[in-house]
Design a protein around this ligand. Structure first.
Ligand SMILES: NC(=O)c1ccc[n+]([C@@H]2O[C@H](COP(=O)([O-])OP(=O)(O)OC[C@H]3O[C@@H](n4cnc5c(N)ncnc54)[C@H](O)[C@@H]3O)[C@@H](O)[C@H]2O)c1
Length: 494
């Protein structure tokens, strides 16, 4: 650490005083709750949500300024908090909003701290080259309007090495200032789950990694006020990047372990859920045998890509130092592949069930229930329902899609011709097979007899990808049942 530079930066922070004005770049699942929670903290005076006025996302600016959430899944407290900090609720901020959304990036110059919560996808995970174009544009805008003594924090999930590497270089190039001397730079990864955004930000511990100790300290000043239960965990910027990518990689790995075991149980004619209960019962000091749930596949923006950020990180930061056998694939990438296989397995289950009633995929009418990748959410990014849909259509099936949460107008990557509707009866009517891809609450209390009446045939198929249907009820109701991990039930007689 350069002591003179750090002293200079420390003095700049002291001259500026406490953080009062904050900018949050990127108004998505992460940026919106982060921004309104900053705005709700009495320690801060003003928060700007910066959103580029793009074709796909520009609509969020008007909605947020009107006090309305663009996120349509169940997000407890979010709608109210947006209304409060914009003053739309007629309360304390009425006429003087603490939060406003804008595409005028020049306002970054007014901010004491700027965070970035921009998407960080991979176009093609196999080449390990992320699409950082939106993030780079965001960082450039911050650099362009950066003033001495500002703190810049990347909240997006990024390849280890990005904060101290690419982000630092762009910010320095655009601003002519020096990171760690003229402005602060840190990574504080977001650890939220859609459906619990506000709760997670307030209650989870917050990893805060600056490029040096002064930057870490300043970033702790930014996050401390929004934490109600969570603790601040300081570390280096690169360690914070590895922590975030590793935590999602591990979750994906654990889901893959459950999925592989579910496939094994199906092959052996065993109920995965019995096995899970049995394994999980071995408890005691130092013993953890918890197993996650298997399912129809993993979706979302994060788990589908963060493994690749971690893999890329080690390639960039330590390729020569990595001791790894040439002939063994990465455990983490294998896990991704297992999870990516699950929609194909759903197709195989559907095909085998249809065969049992003398049908093939060609001409079969399939009711696909749940386009979002998560229960009771509108988040359909990288949904496993999409590869199933494409494969079923390619096999000649007619697929109708129901989702009570997803808005087909704003959902990403809806295939041409996929008419996602909220009319459940219309989707079920005449269906040969009902295939459940999301465990939305609307699908948890189905009455098999009512579904069968809508299907209108004597032995419709039910394929349960989220363990929401009781197999015995459906089988005794006349259905041909298939379920992930249900080797004990998948072969019953009609
Ligand atoms: N969704 C989650 O639950 C979650 C959880 C933890 C971490 N993350 C990470 O946080 C980051 C953001 O994820 P998200 O789910 O909020 O993404 P998102 O796609 O919902 O939101 C990103 C927003 O940024 C906007 N944007 C893109 N480029 C911009 C630019 N240059 N200037 C201004 N706005 C711009 C987009 O239009 C969009 O509104 C990702 O790196 C993700 O991996 C997400």
């Amino acid at each position: 650490m350069n002591t003179n530079a750090s002293t200079k930066l420390q003095q700049l922070f002291e001259t500026r005083g406490a953080i009062k004005t904050i900018g949050v770049i990127g108004m998505g699942y992460v940026g919106i709750p982060a921004a309104v929670l900053f705005a709700d903290a009495p320690e801060f005076d003003q928060v700007y949500g910066f959103q580029r006025d793009s074709k796909s996302s520009g609509y969020k600016i008007g909605m947020l300024n009107a006090g309305v959430s663009p996120l349509k899944g169940e997000e407890p407290g979010l709608e109210d908090l947006i209304a409060k900090v914009t003053g739309i609720d007629g309360g304390e901020n009425s006429g003087k909003p603490k939060f406003t959304c804008t595409s005028d990036f020049a306002k970054i110059a007014e901010c004491d701290a700027v965070t970035l919560a921009i998407q960080t996808p991979f176009a093609n995970p196999k080449d390990l080259i992320p699409n950082f174009t939106p993030l780079i544009e965001g960082i450039r805008n911050v650099g362009r309007y950066l003033t001495p003594g500002t703190l810049v924090v990347l909240e997006s999930t990024i390849t280890p090495g990005t904060t101290a590497g690419m982000a630092r270089e762009i910010l320095e190039e655009e601003s002519g200032l020096v990171a760690g001397e003229d402005f602060g730079l840190a990574h504080a990864p977001e650890r939220v789950m859609v459906g619990r955004l506000l709760k997670n930000i307030r209650e989870h511990d917050r990893i805060v990694g600056g490029i040096d100790a002064v930057c870490t300290g300043r970033a702790c000043e930014l996050y401390g006020p929004v934490l109600t239960k969570g603790a601040l965990i300081p570390m280096s910027a690169t360690a914070a990047e590895v922590t975030k990518t590793a935590e999602n990689t591990f979750r994906d790995l654990q889901i893959a372990a459950a999925n592989q075991l579910a496939l094994y149980c199906e092959a052996m004619g065993i109920n995965f859920y019995d096995v899970r209960t049995g394994v999980d019962s071995l408890k005691g000091e130092g013993i953890t045998r918890a197993i996650l749930w298997p399912g129809a596949g993993v979706g979302g923006h994060c788990l589908t890509k963060d493994t690749y950020h971690l893999e890329r990180g080690v390639q960039q930061l330590g390729p020569d130092a990595l001791d790894w056998p040439d002939d063994i694939a990465s455990l983490y990438v294998s896990s991704r592949q297992i999870n990516d296989f699950m929609p194909s397995h759903m197709l195989h289950l559907t095909e085998s069930a249809l065969q049992q009633i003398g049908k093939t995929m060609t001409g079969a009418k399939i009711a696909l229930l749940g386009w979002a990748f998560l229960n009771d959410s509108d988040d359909a990014r990288n949904t496993p329902a999409e590869p199933f849909y494409q494969a079923a259509i390619a096999a000649g099936a007619e697929v109708r899609v129901h989702d009570p949460w997803v808005d087909p107008e704003t959902a990403p990557d809806v295939p041409d011709g996929a008419d996602i509707t909220r009319d459940l009866e219309a989707v079920l009517r005449g269906a040969d097979a009902v295939v459940i891809f999301a465990g939305h609450k609307e699908y948890r209390n189905f009455v098999p007899a009512e579904v069968k009446t809508l299907c209108g045939c004597s032995h419709p198929v039910i394929v349960d990808g989220r363990n929401v249907a009781d197999p015995d009820e459906w089988i005794s109701g006349g259905f041909v049942y298939r379920g992930i991990g249900r080797g004990d039930k998948n072969g019953h007689a009609v």
